[in-house]
Structures are given as C-alpha cells and as structure tokens.
Design a protein around this ligand. Sequence first.
Ligand code: MF3
Ligand code: CO
Length: 257
Amino acid sequence: MILLKTKEEIELIRDSACLLGKVLAEVGRHIRPGVTTSYLDRIGEQFIRDNGAIPLCKGYEGFPASFCISVNDEVVHGIPSDRFLNEGDNVTIDCVIDLNGYVSDSAYTFPVGEVSDEMKRLMKVTKESLYIGLNKCKEGNRIGDIGAAIQQHCEKNGFSIVRELCGHGVGFKMHESPNVPNYGVPSTGPLLKEGMVIAVEPMVCMGSKNVKFSKVDGWTCTTKDGKPAAHYEHTVAITKNGPDILTTFDFIENQIN
Ligand code: MF3
Ligand code: CO
C-alpha cells in the first residue's frame, strides 16, 4: 500500500531532509586522501545526534554503521572501516535519518582529490540522470516514466544501470511502497499521485551492469567487472505541478565548488 502524506507531514519530512543535506555536507567536508571511512562515519553520526536526529541505517537489519560508504567499484551498502581513501577514488556517502519521526534518504558520490576525466563523466551523468528522473515526478505520470528516463540518459552516455536495487517510498519509514526502479518502460507501473514521497536513486556503472553482494560482510554490493559506480539520491514529494525535491545538495555544492 502506498501511504500518501499530508501537506503538514511533507513539511516535517522537509525538515528532516534539509538536515540530511547538511549531514552529507558535513561528511563531505572531511573527505580527502588519507581519511578512513569509519572516521567519516563517526563525524557524521555525531553531527546527526547533535542535531537531534537518529541515524536509521545503524542497526537496520544488522547494518553496523550510520552511513553506507562505498568506494569505487562498491556500488552501495559499503560498511565503514579502517580503509583509507586515496587520491582518484570516488566515495558515495548514503544516509537515512529520522527527525521527529520523519524519515529522509539521500546519497552523493564525491571525488577524492583529483579524479580521472572518465570518473568525472560518470559522476556527472549519474547526477544528471537523477534530476532527469526527478523531473518525471509529477501527478499523472507513472513509476516507469522515472526509470525509463534515467535509463535512457545513462545508456546513451555509454554507462549501465544496476537492476538488483532500486528507489522506494520513504517518509514514515526507510523503505515504503512503491519500488522505484532506475530502468523501465514509459507509462507503466503505479500511478504517481500528489502526496506520494519517494527516494529516487540511480546506481550507475562505468562498465557492465552486473553486481555481486559480499559473502564476507553480507552487505557490500560491488560491480562484477571491478569498474567504478556512482550513486546519487534525493527524497522527493510528488505534486500536481512536478517534483518538490525535499533533500538538497546545495550545502555540499556550495562548499566544494
Ligand atoms: N540508504 C539506503 C537506501 O537507499 C539504505 C541503506 S541500507 C542500510 O535504501 F542497511 F544501511 F540501512
Ligand atoms: Co534509498
């Protein structure tokens, strides 16, 4: 069942989402060659708690940290560890928080120091595909319109879309109905209605779309070919007029640009 949110509830999700934008920027500010991913997790968790929110990944189905931190060929669900970041890596910071009972979800792939031109292009196209998908988030469209638009943009740029994972409803809980695939056929799937709140999150590979899940830690999803992936995610409310994007990259981009 798809739970619709009232205008008042959407404002409360927006408060959560706005804080989450600041959380990602606070972590982003500490990204540089030589830091460990568990250091970034610690900094971020402290910032979340100092602002009165709860990191929802921690303890979710046994996930051990507040952030999913995924480097290079790690697509999603990387577990923070004593691994050092190196110049030229990319690192995805993915976080879900609860502020006053309202849940937001967002992710951003950052460059570590100077990265290759192809890595820059992967990040640019993935972020563009997120906004192209978000532009379909309008009452009367269907879920398939979002995925089709994302898929088309990534594939025309020579990249591929992960099939095993997708976006989702969000707002009262981390994962609600419906699923929001990053591929698909226009005019198919559930109808979008005002009051729906979803997380749109393209996971895009530089090489082939095939991924595997770690048998060692039970979580980390990596590309089978070892090539890098990127992942950007926003929480968005559907309105009659189009997307009302609740999370924001402004705090990140105003400090790194
Ligand atoms: N942020 C992820 C998502 O987009 C969920 C993280 S899985 C967890 O759905 F176990 F870390 F919570
Ligand atoms: Co998500």
